[in-house]
Each structure stands twice: as structure tokens, then as C-alpha cells.
Design a protein around this ligand. Structure first.
Ligand SMILES: [Zn+2]
Length: 242
């Protein structure tokens, strides 16, 4: 394929790609998929917080349990001393009893704390489970939406893929230097970077060119530049126009 033909075909192909991409973009399922993903992200954050709370409570309960075990040992030690009968001094016996009471009070307090921590832990675990269920529901919903999107968009999608493949071939035929100029012009001019010279006017901007400019174009290369809109202008050599 010669360069002018490839350039015009590339322009047509790019418009087809844009049209297909826009169609895909505007499918209502796409919006719903994005909304579902956004919601999932929010729920995942909630789950993270709930799990963090579960871990914190578990650690607090474990710490309490350890402390109670240590207190049990101390209490048993004091009890042993009291039972052993070596301590006979009433004041010392009194002090040991008081120590024992203090240890037991501490233990009671820890036991009560542990109970309320366990209640909170149960609630936090329920919250994690609830959030998990919500996440699963959202994930199912997302899969359904993706399936619907693929079904509806399948034809457009394969059309898009075919055009992308075609574009790669056309871009190669156009060549790097001209391709870069075309892409720059297309980016600056609403997606239309190449036009044809039709008789005396540019097919893109439709402006009739003065005869001096026309003469320059016709004496120049196959692909020139429109003096009015600055798009690439195929002066001759495009199969489709001949
Ligand atoms: Zn023009």
C-alpha cells in the first residue's frame, strides 16, 4: 500500500476506533461496574477496620489471660506460705492476707474486663462476617455486570480489536515520521489529522484554497499540509479518491 492511501485509511480506521471505544464507554453496564467497584472498595476498608478491632480485642484478652495466670501463681504462693504455718507473727499474717485480697481483687477486675472484651469481640466478629457477606454480594454483582457488558459489547469489542490490528499495519505503512505528524495534527484537531485535497478545497476544513497555494501543493509532495487548517493534506496518490 502506498503512503497516501495508507494515511487516508489510517484516518478512517482511527475514527472507527474512536466510535467503537465511545460505544463501549457509554454502555450503562460500564458505569454500574465502576460504581460496584467503588462500593466494594469502601466495604473493603470497613472490613479492614473491623478486622483490626478483632485483633486488638484478641490481644487485650490474651494479655488479661496471661496476667490472670501470673496472679493465680502468686495467690497459690501466698496461700502456701499461709498454710505452711512458718509465718506466725500476726502482723505478717495480716499483711499476707491483705496481699492475697489485693491479688484476688485484681484478678476479679481482670475477669470482668475479659468478659466485656469478649462481648465486644463477638460483635466485632459479627461485623467482619456481615461485611464479608456484603463483599461477596458485590463481587457476584460485578461478575454479572461484566458478563452483561461483554455480551452487549462483544461485537463492538471485536470490531475494536480488528480495527486496532488494522491500525498497526496502516501505521507501519505510513512510516514513523509521517505518523508522528499525523498524530500531532489529529490530537490538535479533534481527531482528524489527515484530509484530501478535493478539487480546490481541503476535505476537512472545507476552505477553498487560493490558486497560488493550490499550485504549491500540486507541485509539492503527495502529502502536503493544508495552508488553512494545518492538517496533513493528501494531494495525490490516494487510491480511494482516484
Ligand atoms: Zn484544511
Amino acid at each position: 500500500m502506498d503512503v497516501p492511501t495508507a494515511l487516508i485509511a489510517l484516518q478512517t480506521c482511527d475514527l472507527e476506533i474512536r466510535r467503537a471505544a465511545k460505544l463501549l464507554d457509554e454502555l450503562p453496564e460500564k458505569r454500574s461496574i465502576l460504581e460496584t467497584r467503588h462500593k466494594s472498595e469502601e466495604v473493603r476498608q470497613l472490613k479492614g477496620k473491623a478486622e483490626e478491632l478483632v485483633h486488638r480485642l484478641e490481644r487485650a484478652i490474651a494479655a488479661n489471660t496471661d496476667e490472670v495466670a501470673a496472679l493465680d501463681e502468686k495467690i497459690a504462693g501466698v496461700q502456701k506460705t499461709l498454710d505452711g504455718g512458718q509465718v506466725t507473727n500476726p502482723k505478717e499474717v495480716h499483711n499476707l492476707s491483705r496481699e492475697m485480697d489485693a491479688l484476688k481483687r485484681r484478678e476479679d477486675k481482670l475477669d470482668n474486663d475479659t468478659l466485656s472484651l469478649m462481648e465486644r469481640l463477638e460483635k466485632a466478629r459479627e461485623q467482619v462476617a456481615k461485611v464479608d457477606t456484603a463483599l461477596q454480594r458485590l463481587s457476584t454483582r460485578e461478575s454479572e455486570l461484566i458478563a452483561a457488558y461483554r455480551l452487549k459489547g462483544g461485537e463492538v469489542q471485536s470490531d475494536l480489536e480488528a480495527h486496532k490490528q488494522q491500525r498497526a499495519e496502516l501505521a507501519a505503512a505510513v512510516g514513523d515520521e509521517l505518523l508522528a505528524r499525523y498524530e500531532a495534527a489529529a490530537a490538535a484537531k479533534g481527531g482528524i489529522g489527515a484530509a484530501r485535497l478535493l478539487e480546490v478545497a481541503c476535505s476537512a476544513c472545507r476552505v477553498e484554497l487560493p490558486s497560488e497555494r493550490l499550485r504549491e501543493l500540486r507541485e509539492g509532495p503527495d502529502v502536503g499540509v493544508c495552508p488553512n487548517c494545518r492538517r496533513l493534506l493528501v494531494v495525490r496518490g490516494d487510491d480511494a479518491s482516484e
